[in-house]
Design a protein around this ligand. Structure first.
Ligand code: G6P
Length: 481
């Protein structure tokens, strides 16, 4: 067991507001010499929660990203971080297994086949119990606990058993599947019971709420009226659980600050120069995940080049693919497939010093991402399925120049709000091709009009409003039930 201390043991007492997510905002990686380096945790969840945590001196319970790391509680930006230690077996069976090879593909409409293993389920349960135990020990009497995402769906019920005094909210960051898919899960009842331990269960889209309520009715046979579920309790009064959608967002002010930084602006010019000042720069920026539609995008781009609709000397597609879940088979295979496709396109249409795809398998700091957003003409956000997709909202928030075209998948949660984006069905390669061309050729006045309307939406519905709305609804639930 490694024991590392970051910045001194915290002197905070029990907390009245606790956020629990699988990941802490800091991500540890182990260097070859055994020392530990710290970076930002991957994914949209942490990006979205960080501003909320900064504002509300609270406690964040989560995992630091490597196995067997024992950390004393520590403080960062005024937030107390409490780390949950996961063993190597937990990482394999709970994180890579049940969370990311069972639930993730199942909840993303089975784009890849989910694996069902009883041993994974057992460890999912025991790790959820571990998280619940840590939270129960940290929470002050009557505290509010906000549990996040698919890795921790049993925590609400486990916590309610340990600490009935707590107010418990749960928010799912990924889609909630339809009954026909969810009912495949051998542990479907246990998952629903786990979620119904919360007072409020939040989802991204209205369709996720509908799926959830239909499942509650069919699997549990509980009474559902509007968004209210009646949970019968033996010998006690019934409990009421509310299910509602709260579309997550980004911090608009944080992004305005970043894009005004002269270094970021200079960097955006430098980026275009570094790729040979093309006439058109197309950008994609995703975790390297099969839900994100990399291969469909590459196929459409390849065909546009071969049809002669795009001139390989005039266009560059920058494809940022941040490394993700690198020990899970489907992710290993996806990386191979993407790299093969990129190599083919560049081999076919590239020339010395000029390649139509710039593929970057890296994590970049936020400043660099902003510079990329500012440099792009067309942003492709074309997931096959996505809970929300904060990259789409970040791109819009970054374009204070009112320019840039967003091509957005109908299957991303963000589509419900960003109606002025160029809509695309990424499963339909012809449609993808058509919409890429439409975005490239769009007149400046139309680009501006669309961007301004999307910016207004994101500005008025930013992450601060999201967390405020959720916590207000949570406080209210507790009062009326
Ligand atoms: C998505 C999920 C998050 C997850 C993130 C990164 O955004 O909703 O819960 O943390 O991906 O994935 P990882 O497996 O690296 O935590």
């Amino acid at each position: 067991m490694k024991n590392t201390d970051l910045s001194g043991i915290s002197t905070f007492g029990p907390s009245t507001m606790i956020v629990v997510s699988n990941r802490l905002p800091v991500d540890a990686t182990e260097n070859e010499d055994g020392s530990i380096s710290w970076g930002l945790a991957p994914g949209g969840l942490v990006t979205a929660l960080e501003p909320f945590m900064r504002e509300n001196a609270s406690t964040w319970v989560g995992w630091a990203g490597i196995s067997d790391l024992v950390l004393a509680p520590f403080e960062r930006d005024g937030v107390k971080l409490v780390s949950v230690t996961l063993s190597e077996n937990d990482v394999e069976l709970f994180y890579e297994g049940f969370s990311n090879d069972t639930l993730w593909p199942l909840y993303h409409d089975v784009i890849e086949a989910p694996s069902y293993h009883r041993a994974w389920w057992e460890v999912y349960r025991s790790v959820n119990q571990k998280f619940a135990d840590v939270v129960a020990a940290e929470a002050a009497e009557g505290a509010t606990v906000w549990v996040h995402d698919y890795q921790l769906q049993l925590v609400p019920q486990m916590l309610r058993e340990l600490r009935p005094d707590l107010t418990i909210g749960f928010f799912l960051h990924i889609p909630f599947p339809a009954y026909g898919l969810f009912s495949q899960l051998p542990w479907r009842r246990q998952i629903i019971e786990g979620l119904l331990g919360a007072d409020l269960v939040g989802f991204q889209r209205a369709q996720d709420v509908d799926n959830f309520l239909r499942i509650v009715r069919r699997i549990m046979a509980y009474k559902v009226i509007g968004g209210h579920v009646t949970v019968p309790s033996r010998g006690e009064e019934n409990r009421y659980v509310v299910a509602r959608n709260f579309p997550i967002s980004i911090s608009y002010p944080d992004i305005q600050k970043l894009i005004k930084d002269p270094a970021v602006i200079a960097r955006s010019r430098e980026i275009r120069e570094s790729i040979g000042n093309p006439k058109i720069m197309i950008l994609g920026a995703d975790r390297l995940d099969y839900t994100k539609g990399f291969l469909h995008r590459l196929k459409a781009y390849d065909e546009l080049l071969s049809d002669g609709d795009l001139d390989p000397t005039e266009v560059v597609m920058v494809m940022v693919a941040s490394p993700s879940r690198e020990r899970v088979d489907s992710y290993i295979k996806l990386r191979d497939d993407v790299e093969l496709a990129v190599g083919r396109i560049n081999g076919q249409y590239g020339e010395l010093g000029h390649y139509p795809v710039v593929y970057l398998h890296h994590n970049y700091p936020r400043e660099e991402m902003m510079a990329l957003f500012l440099a792009a003409d067309v942003m492709l956000v074309t997931p096959l399925r996505d809970g929300m997709n904060l990259v789409a909202k970040e791109f819009v928030a970054a374009r204070s120049d009112g320019d840039g075209v967003l091509v957005l998948s109908e299957f991303a949660g963000a589509f419900d709000e960003l109606k002025a984006a160029v809509a695309v069905n990424p499963h339909d390669i012809d449609d993808l091709k058509k919409q890429i061309l439409r975005a490239k050729d769009m007149a400046p006045a139309e680009r501006r009009q669309r961007m301004l309307s999307m910016r207004r939406r994101v500005r008025e519905h930013d992450v601060e409003k999201w967390s405020r709305d959720f916590l207000k609804a949570l406080a209210h639930t507790n009062r009326v039930s």
